[in-house]
Design a protein around this ligand. Structure first.
Ligand code: MEV
Length: 333
């Protein structure tokens, strides 16, 4: 049997970091999909290839003709999402099967756009199909949250939820349970630019937590303000009021800065985008590097902002909403 599975990545439009403390976040799936092909093999061995993702974080040095691997943490970490997904499915099914699995990604890992959850969901759907198990969207999202927690320590389940469902929605943790309310909103012109992250998401969340613990009264007020912005942005997106949405993005960015998650390169991108005509721009994801999201008034203006940002980042693109979510199909017997 041969299968093809894929899952979109995602962008957080409003509410990151506050979402960890039970406040809502507005999140959207994007059409930069992780693609997986998998076929059953008879020798019982699972072989995995990640041609793009596995090179992330790999640092090599050649001294006197000898190759020394200096840093493989991120590479191994990304492969761990795949390995833990396979192991978890084998455990749940109480059976195993040999497979050849190829994972391809349109986006690099670790830039705050949900590649981890997308990898888990696409690999999970592909391998479970080979095992003869059918997983619905809720089950695949639960698997992704579980594997993310195993590999990175903690996960709100936000990426897992929107990536399984696709579309745009308001996410929140209700008594630690992920709840996604999908919204019927028009497509909005969005540009995303990314640079390499300085620290991983888990550490970014821990740094914000340290500020929260030290200045609880003030930080709580900041999270409440972010919550008010996210709720207003939800109404404005339904009204397709782009000017207000842009202003709300700038307000959200200011509050993220106050939590200490911005840096010089991100600020440069944020202000270049605004100067080039973005209605609003903000960090998206955990910060300390990673991605920014900009709102534009139309596609032409979006293309212009892409050109302006290009020399200052590692990648920039016009983001289209994905309305399908994670999916799998059998392509051969
Ligand atoms: C990371 O993309 C967003 C954070 O809010 C963490 C999370 O939601 O798990 C910083």
């Amino acid at each position: 049997m041969k299968v093809r599975a894929s899952a979109p990545t995602k962008v957080t439009l409003f509410g990151e970091h506050a979402v960890v403390y039970g406040f809502p976040a507005l999140v959207m799936a994007i059409q930069k999909r992780v693609e997986v092909t998998a076929s059953k093999t008879s020798d019982g061995v699972v072989r995995i290839e990640l041609p793009e993702l596995s090179s992330i974080g790999l640092k090599l040095e050649i001294r006197n003709g000898e190759v020394e691997i200096k840093k493989v943490q991120n590479a191994l970490k990304h492969a761990s999402y795949v390995v833990e997904t396979i192991k978890e499915l084998q455990k749940r099914a109480n059976q195993s099967c040999g497979a050849k699995i190829m994972v391809k990604s349109k986006l690099p890992a670790g830039v705050g756009l949900g590649t981890s959850a997308a990898v888990i969901e696409a690999v999970g759907l592909a391998y479970s199909t080979l095992l003869g198990i059918t997983m619905d969207k809720k089950e695949i999202a639960q698997l992704a949250k579980h594997v993310e927690t195993l590999v990175q320590g903690k996960s709100s389940g936000m990426d897992a939820s929107i990536i399984s469902q696709g579309g745009i929605g308001l996410f929140r943790l209700e008594n630690e349970t992920p709840v996604l309310q999908r919204l019927e909103a028009k497509e909005i012109p969005i540009v995303i630019a990314y640079i390499k992250k300085v620290i991983p998401t888990g550490e970014a969340v821990a740094r914000v937590k340290a500020i929260f613990e030290k200045h609880k009264d003030i930080t709580e007020t900041i999270f409440e303000a972010i919550c008010a912005i996210t709720e207003k942005a939800t109404r404005k997106i339904l009204e397709n009021d782009l000017n207000s949405l842009g202003e709300l993005m700038n307000l959200n960015h200011g509050l993220l800065c106050s939590l200490g998650v911005s840096n010089l390169r991100l600020e440069q991108l944020i202000h270049l985008a605004r100067d080039a005509g973005a209605l609003g721009s903000k960090i998206t994801g955990a910060g300390f590097g990673g991605s920014i999201v900009c709102l534009l008034k139309n596609e032409e203006s979006a293309k212009n902002v892409c050109q302006v940002l290009k020399p200052f980042c590692d990648g920039v693109f016009l983001a289209k909403r994905d309305n399908i979510g994670a999916q799998v199909q059998i392509i051969g017997s």
